[in-house]
Design a binder for this molecule. Structure first.
Ligand code: 5AD
Ligand code: SF4
Length: 479
């Protein structure tokens, strides 16, 4: 984009941000490097939390690269940003712990800029604490305004004070800003932002705002650009993809979107995350069955197997409805891998409730499950509920659940032993450089002999042996 930085900044987006990027690249970044006695400036982004945050970090990195920063992996950089998560308390504690360390780096490199963004910043108490006790932080912004990052960077470099900008919510989606992808061959693609579900334990709707969907044309155009750039696998991202499109001017369902994306030539695999069981329609099951690019994997958070607890959680399905949904999916999409999220120790959870969860785990037999101990999040309805469960009880249930989940996972994962499966090669194996590591359609990891030339390609691999949660395989002639 051609920009004249001698003119005032334009009001319209994304032009305004391209103006600030040009100002940074042509003037402010080189000046600052010179002042700090450096040939160039370095930047490091640390991401906490989910795929959404990972994608947001790629956007921040795209802007940092565009304006001339060199991206590095270590936090002794000239610009450090923490993209934070607040879904559970321990995510917050980790950030405070690591901030202390950053403060020490800054003493050695006073020109360093420290920035915090992401979900944790949407909590007013967090920002108060940072203002009071972490004076060395330069920039704080939230989840709704990351597209303004270039503008904030300019302010950091030209104003001598902490820059803070947090928005409560937004209905705006700014398209077409630079992105720097972590992997050349796969990418996340946001299809919607925010969540309207208000599960009673969850802080996400408060920090990510109301649901808003991107237009299908924008999504398809982005995926086509990615494919032209070498991407073969995409992950459609949303807090609750099954309610995609409800608030568009011309409403569209997620199933319809999947069918559109499936038509994109050159694209090989489609994944999506996350599905809420209450909104998973028969139409979507049909689309999964019909669309050959859609991977054989469905992440379907259960949270609890007790209908009583599910009601308190405001999940809006019962144990029976969930099990029936699983049956219907498996009838139409045989061999689909199911994974899930489960919380133990929700307020009021009895031993009987917990056993209901164990019962669902045994009936569904998940390929894998993320298990969490309930974490009390200030401001959510569950935080105010009576009968919070003592930690030792939570821990005991958690351990029993984890043991069960892992045993089942080992058995279920092994079901493809001695078959040939298509594997997308992702990297050289970390332990043994004569091996490469890739993923099957159902997301299971496979290691086999190969070299870096295979990265980003699909290979047919014979699965010799399952070792717990992954396979060792042998490449076979590609068809
Ligand atoms: N405590 C524990 N786990 C939680 N999750 C969301 N909120 C909480 C909480 N307060 C889990 C849910 C969700 C996953 C992303 O995080 O299982 O699906
Ligand atoms: Fe949180 Fe429920 Fe929304 Fe998921 S669907 S982000 S658990 S409120």
């Amino acid at each position: 984009m051609d920009v004249d930085i001698t003119l005032p900044a334009p009001e319209a987006e994304p032009q305004r941000q391209y103006y600030f990027m040009a100002l940074l690249k042509q003037q402010l970044v080189p000046e600052r490097a010179k002042k700090n006695g450096k040939e160039f400036l370095t930047a490091c982004i640390t991401t906490f939390g989910c795929q959404m945050n990972a994608r947001d970090s790629e956007k921040l990195e795209g802007i940092l690269e565009t304006v001339g920063y060199h991206i590095v992996e270590t936090e002794d950089a000239d610009f450090v940003v923490y993209n934070t998560c607040t879904v559970r308390e321990n995510a917050n504690l980790r950030v405070y712990g690591r901030l202390g360390q950053l403060g020490k780096y800054k003493k050695k490199n006073p020109g360093m800029i420290i920035s915090l963004c992401g979900c944790m910043m949407q909590e007013p108490l967090v920002v108060e604490k940072l203002k009071k006790s972490y004076h060395f932080v330069n920039l704080i912004f939230g989840t709704h305004n990351i597209y303004r990052f270039a503008e904030y960077l300019v302010r950091c470099m030209t104003e001598d004070r902490m820059v803070i900008d947090i928005w409560k919510d937004t209905d705006k989606i700014v398209e077409n800003l630079p992105v720097d992808r972590k992997y050349p061959f796969k990418s996340g693609v946001n299809i919607m932002f925010g969540c309207n579900n208000f599960c009673s334990y969850c802080i996400v709707p408060y920090v990510r705002g109301r649901e808003r969907s991107r237009k299908p044309e924008e999504i398809v155009a982005e995926i086509k650009r990615l494919v032209a750039d070498g991407v073969v696998e995409i992950m459609l991202l949303g807090q609750n993809v099954n309610s995609y499109g409800k608030n568009l001017e011309e409403p569209m369902t997620f199933a319809q979107l999947l069918r559109e994306v499936n038509k994109i030539e050159g694209l090989k695999r489609i994944r999506f995350m996350t599905s809420h069981p209450k909104d998973l329609s028969e139409e979507l099951i049909d689309a999964m069955r019909d669309c050959e690019k859609v991977c054989l994997h469905l992440h379907l958070p259960l949270q609890s197997g007790s209908s009583r607890i599910l009601k308190l959680m405001n999940r809006r399905y019962t144990k029976e409805q969930y099990l029936d949904l699983v049956d219907r999916i498996r009838a139409k999409v045989p061999d689909v891998s199911l994974t899930t999220d489960i919380i133990v120790g929700f307020p009021g959870e009895t031993e009987e409730d917990f056993l209901e969860t164990m019962d669902v785990v045994r009936k569904v037999r998940y390929d894998s499950a993320f298990t969490f101990q309930y974490s009390r999040r200030t401001g959510t309805p569950a935080a105010a509920m009576e009968d919070q469960i003592p930690v030792d009880v939570v821990k005991d249930r958690f351990d029993r659940l984890l043991a069960e989940v892992q045993e089942i996972s080992r058995e279920v994962t092994a079901r493809h032993t001695h078959t040939v499966q298509e594997v997308l090669v992702e990297s050289i194996n970390e332990q043994d450089p004569s091996l490469v590591t890739g993923r099957m359609s159902n997301n299971t990891l496979v290691h086999f002999k190969g070299d870096a030339s295979l990265i980003g390609t699909l290979q047919n691999v014979y699965l010799d042996e399952c070792r717990g949660f992954y396979y060792m395989g042998t490449p076979v002639e590609n068809s």
